[in-house]
Design a protein around this ligand. Structure first.
Ligand code: NAD
Ligand code: TYD
Length: 350
């Protein structure tokens, strides 16, 4: 089966492509990616010359570019997105453009080309934040809080409308917060790990009591492949990790694992509209597809820290130009603790 993977140069997409090509002879992959700031072909160095892999640079919002890339494919796995909540708060337009319009364009082309199955990769953030102790299932209401999560919820609704109206063969997955190798360090875990390894402050928004449901990216990739192969058309599947952890407790855990002290914790101004808790129940994935997360948080964090320790060149490259500018804009005036990121200069990657 030849599959079109959109956003395959990003964090999860690149892990998915390596996972699929490494696991099975059955797939050929076309990776279609615009290479935004988050797209990085270095994530795919190990399979760049694989005989069943092709890369095409292009924008999912442009049907004239999407159509030839999709031609000859039987399935689509759609990762491409503007994926960062904070950036969507500064500048919502790219999230609306790519996540909403881009998904619409992809669906139009996929319909025209009679694609057999499209897996739309969505997020637990579409459910909004949950009360303490609660878990969202696939029927929970959509209550997105940020421009990012609203754009993802919008794309989910558009996909649902194509299933219902046009009998279009789509499936939606909603995953919790991923972590693992090749994650861009604007996100919480790679940011904290890389700052801890460099003895730089770990910025914690607000009181740090927000909870996230951590999922190792390899477990996510296994779940997506199960949905691609056996997921029922028109269904939504939650794919979440085993552990729901407070941000502050995660920061302390990472500091212990990297051998650093808690004095690196730096409380900074909170994110506007910050969701307090995400947590998924994934019984449907287990019941229907036999999937459940296999990598414990302890083992996953250990491996991930080792990966960032061993891949300093990758990290140095992604922390260059654009990232530095974003980091300065985002954190320079945010600090409200004794560890003044601004004054120490210590928050800025060198
Ligand atoms: P990422 O930001 O690391 O990668 C996104 C990729 O999409 C990049 O390679 C980028 O170049 C590409 N892209 C962006 N706009 C594009 C466009 N217009 N046309 C073509 N390519 C474009 O994102 P990620 O963390 O790998 O997330 C992948 C998907 O998974 C997203 O849809 C995201 O909403 C979803 N998701 C992510 C998480 C998470 O924890 N990271 C959790 C749940 C769901
Ligand atoms: P993030 O990785 O941006 O994912 P999301 O907002 O999609 O869940 O953030 C994860 C959590 O970490 C979230 O509660 C925000 C928090 N956070 C911080 O406390 N400090 C930071 O510097 C960042 C980037 C995130």
């Amino acid at each position: 089966m030849k599959i079109l993977v959109t956003g395959g140069a990003g964090f999860i997409g690149s892990n998915f492509i390596s996972h699929v090509l490494g696991l099975s002879q059955d797939y050929a992959v076309v990776n279609f990616d615009k290479l935004t700031y988050a797209g990085n072909l270095a994530n795919l160095d190990s399979i760049a010359n694989h005989p069943r892999y092709t890369f095409i640079k292009g924008d999912i919002c442009n049907p004239a570019a999407v159509e030839p890339a999709m031609a000859g494919c039987q399935a689509v796995v759609h990762f491409a997105a503007e994926s960062h909540v904070d950036r969507s708060i500064y500048e919502p337009a790219p999230a609306m453009e790519t996540n909403v319009t881009g998904t619409f364009v992809l669906l139009q082309v996929a319909r025209k080309l009679h694609i057999k199955k499209l897996v739309h990769i969505s997020s637990d953030e579409v459910y909004g934040d949950l009360p303490p102790g609660a878990f969202a299932d696939e029927n929970s209401p959509l209550r997105p809080s940020s421009p990012y999560s609203a754009s993802k919820a919008s794309s989910d609704l558009i996909v649902g409308s194509y299933v219902r109206t046009f009998d279009f063969p789509a499936v939606i997955t909603r995953a919790s917060n991923n972590y693992g190798p090749f994650q861009f360090p604007e996100k919480f875990l790679p940011l904290l790990i890389s700052n801890a390894l460099d003895d730089k402050p770990l910025p914690i928004y607000g009181d740090g009591k927000q909870e996230r449901n951590w999922l190792h990216v390899t477990d996510h990739c296994r779940g997506i492949l199960a949905v691609l192969e056996r997921g029922r058309i028109g269904e939504v599947y939650n794919i979440g990790g085993q552990d729901v952890v407070e941000n502050l407790s995660m920061a302390r855990r990472l500091l212990r694992a990297t051998g650093k002290t808690e004095s690196l914790i730096s409380y900074v101004q909170d994110r506007p509209g910050h969701d307090r808790r995400y947590a998924l129940t994934c019984e449907k994935m287990e019941r229907e597809l036999g999937w459940k997360p296999a990598i414990s948080l302890e083992e996953g964090l250990r491996q991930t820290i080792e990966w960032y320790r061993a891949n300093t060149k990758w990290m140095a490259a992604v922390r260059g130009g654009e990232y530095l500018a974003y980091y300065q804009k985002h954190y320079a005036n945010r600090d409200r603790s004794r560890h003044a990121i601004k004054e120490s200069g210590g928050g800025f990657p060198s």
